[in-house]
Design a binder for this molecule. Structure first.
Ligand SMILES: [Zn+2]
Ligand SMILES: [Zn+2]
Ligand SMILES: [Zn+2]
Ligand SMILES: [Zn+2]
Ligand SMILES: [Zn+2]
Length: 192
C-alpha cells in the first residue's frame, strides 16, 4: 500500500483470496469483501460466492454416470462427453448410415467403404469410399459436357437410394468389425 505512492508503476495488487489484480487503492476493501464472500472451488478453482457453492457444485461438478461407456463425468462436462467425447456414443457410418459406437466406427468404415456399388452410367463397380469423388469427376456439371457418353445419360443412382436389401450385409460387417476390435484389444492386453 505504501509503495503505491512512491512508485507510479505499481497500480494493482494481487488479492490473496481470489488471485485477481485489484487496483491498489481498492485492495484493502476488496480483500475484506472477497474473503468474506468468495470461496475458491476445490474442483475447478473458480471463485464462487459462498452461498452459491452448493449450487455451483451441483451444476458443474456433481458426478453423472454415462450408461454407454460406464465412466463418471462431471455434470459441467456432460454435454461435451455425450456430444463428442464418449467413445460409445452412436454415430452413423458415412457410407451406409448404420449407427454404431464411435469406437467401432473407423474400423467399420474401413470395411464398409471398400464395398462396391455398380455405376449404371459407367457400367463398372465403384468403391463406396470413392463414390463421391467418382460422381464429382464423372457425373457433375450439367453445363460442362465431359465425354460424350455421360452427357445424355441420367445421373447414377446414389448408393443409399436402394439400401434395404443391404441391411443384412451391414449387420454382418458391423459384427465383423466389432470382432476385429475385440481381438485387437485382447491382443494388446496380452502384449503388456
Ligand atoms: Zn479477491
Ligand atoms: Zn467449481
Ligand atoms: Zn460415455
Ligand atoms: Zn457402413
Ligand atoms: Zn460412374
Amino acid at each position: 500500500m505504501a509503495a503505491a505512492d512512491s512508485d507510479p508503476t505499481v497500480t494493482a495488487s494481487t488479492c490473496a483470496n481470489c488471485q485477481r489484480e485489484i487496483p491498489s487503492s481498492n485492495i484493502a476493501l476488496h480483500s475484506v469483501h472477497c474473503a468474506r464472500n468468495l470461496q475458491k472451488c476445490e474442483h475447478c478453482g473458480d471463485m464462487v460466492p459462498r452461498k452459491l457453492m452448493d449450487e455451483h457444485y451441483n451444476e458443474n461438478h456433481a458426478p453423472m454416470n454415462c450408461s454407454l461407456c460406464k465412466c463418471t463425468v462431471e455434470r459441467g462436462l456432460w454435454d461435451l462427453h455425450t456430444g463428442i467425447q464418449c467413445p460409445q456414443r452412436m454415430l452413423a457410418c458415412q457410407y451406409c448410415e448404420f449407427e454404431l459406437p464411435v469406437i467401432d466406427l473407423l474400423e467399420h468404415q474401413d470395411v464398409c467403404g471398400n464395398r462396391t456399388e455398380y455405376c449404371e452410367t459407367c457400367r463398372k463397380y465403384i468403391r463406396l469410399r470413392e463414390w463421391i469423388g467418382h460422381e464429382l469427376q464423372f457425373h457433375t456439371g450439367s453445363n460442362s459436357s465431359d465425354g460424350a457418353s455421360a452427357a445424355a445419360e441420367p445421373k447414377p443412382a446414389r448408393p443409399a437410394a436402394h439400401g434395404s436389401h443391404r441391411k443384412q450385409l451391414l449387420l454382418t460387417i458391423a459384427i465383423a468389425g466389432f470382432a476385429v476390435l475385440i481381438g485387437s484389444i485382447l491382443y494388446q492386453r496380452k502384449g503388456q
